[in-house]
Design a protein around this ligand. Structure first.
Ligand SMILES: [Zn+2]
Length: 54
């Protein structure tokens, strides 16, 4: 399971088993976290991408 979350508030942008398309996520939220309004710079330092093995 891969999750992409806002590092500030923990809002989950993406959750799934496929590698997420960060640009699509970015575009769909308008470049900001919909919960806390934090601007997203998708140098994936602002997001946490977790990959877990079952
Ligand atoms: Zn947030």
């Amino acid at each position: 399971m891969i999750t992409v979350v806002c590092r500030k508030c923990g809002y989950v942008f993406y959750k799934g088993t496929k590698v997420p398309n960060l640009y699509k996520i970015y575009a769909s939220v308008g470049g900001r976290c919909p919960r806390c309004g934090r601007e997203i710079s998708w140098v994936p330092v602002d997001v946490k991408v977790k990959r877990r093995r079952k």
